[in-house]
Design a protein. Structure first.
Length: 365
């Protein structure tokens, strides 16, 4: 089988860059898209702001402490969606096999492409050039034979990066790759790996499949493949997103209500950021709680309003958490997701459908 040719395009500081493009007075200055008030959240930060440690999903008060000169700009989601559509129009000049991950990034399979171009890197260069010339924005691109390596490559030389990982180079490249750069390895997993003496891809590759699954469950098989340059996932065009979510494995198991509440708040902030970047709207919020003994419980609420903001999500998440007794069962992980894409559903009499559902169940694992 011939090697696939996959490109991952990632817009650099997308929301913030659009604002700097449209307002010359903001160029070269640290800006954050979001709200500056006490309970506000940073949706995106310019590279000037990132130098101070400002990141998306960060509380606005913390961002302002890190960067006193930070300028907050109100987000314009309709504008970002339109610019994203323009970027995708450029993509479609080369291939229709496009998998959007959010408004500002996507995978492209250019193995067979409309321009009959042999080299995927030449397509990536053209796309980057056209985005800059036609839209006044900067993108980074990664090129390889699978999605994992293309994504890693796009992150490798940001901003305005272009990196190609050839099949013959893959194992050597992965060998020196910090484990934090592997898809699916968050801060807690990274610390666990480092405590096991695993700091890079080469050391990860030395573990057997059995060892990895024993320590990391089903993700162990993913790490096993990735460390060997294997990722068979196809680029899925017109992928219908059914949910958006995030999970935080806590630094230590918690049973103190005030500390759990702070952790839940952080998960809510990250979820809101992901919802804003993806443009996803749903009506169902699901809370996942994993306890110290790895048993877990999920609780869901479906409401009539769309769940896209901290104001709509946080009270619902708190309400579901309050119904869970964890005094004697410390919490290891908290997760939240929004699902049930909103489609403006109506009842048989033409009125908007307002549904209030509640269910919970225990899972072992």
């Amino acid at each position: 089988m011939d090697q696939r040719k996959i490109i991952h395009i990632d817009m650099d500081a997308f929301f913030a860059s659009v604002e700097q493009r449209d307002n010359p007075e903001l160029r070269g200055k640290p800006i954050a898209v979001g709200h500056a008030e006490e309970r506000g959240v940073v949706a995106a930060a310019s590279y000037e702001a990132r130098r101070y440690g400002v990141r998306s999903a960060m509380a606005s008060t913390k961002a302002k402490r890190l960067c006193p000169d930070l300028i907050f700009v109100e987000g314009r989601m309709a504008v970002y969606k339109e610019v994203s559509r323009q970027i995708h129009n450029i993509f479609h000049d080369y291939t229709d096999i496009i998998e959007p991950l959010s408004l500002d990034e996507a995978f492209l399979d250019v193995t067979e492409n409309k321009r009959h171009m042999e080299m995927a890197v030449d397509i990536a260069k053209e796309i980057k050039r056209r985005i800059r010339e036609e839209l006044g924005l900067v993108a980074s691109a990664g090129v390889s034979y699978n999605k994992f390596l293309a994504k890693v490559a796009s992150d490798y030389r940001k901003p305005d990066g272009l990196c190609t990982i050839h099949p013959s180079q893959a194992l050597d490249f992965i060998a020196t790759l910090p484990i934090e750069a592997f898809w699916g390895v968050g801060p807690v997993t990274a610390r666990k790996m480092r405590s096991m003496g695993i700091t890079n891809g080469l050391q990860l590759r030395e573990l057997t499949l059995e060892q990895l699954t024993a320590h990391f469950g089903k993700m162990g098989a993913v790490y096993y493949d990735f460390s060997r340059g294997i990722d068979l996932r196809p680029v899925e065009p017109e992928r219908i997103r059914k949910s958006v979510g995030c999970e935080h494995t806590l630094e230590k198991d918690l049973s103190q209500r005030s500390l759990v509440a702070v952790s839940l708040y952080q998960v809510v902030l990250e979820l809101v950021g992901r919802l804003q970047r993806s443009g996803f709207k749903g009506n169902t919020l699901t809370l996942k709680v994993k306890f110290h003994d790895f048993t877990q419980i999920t609780r869901s609420r479906t409401v009539s309003e769309t769940l896209t903001t901290k104001k709509s999500i946080l009270p619902l998440a708190k309400e579901m958490l309050e119904g869970i007794d964890y005094a004697e069962r410390p919490i290891r992980l908290l997760g939240l997701s929004v699902s049930n894409p909103y489609a403006g559903k109506k009842s048989s009499d033409g009125e908007p459908l307002a549904v209030q559902l509640s269910f919970d169940f225990d899972l072992n694992g």
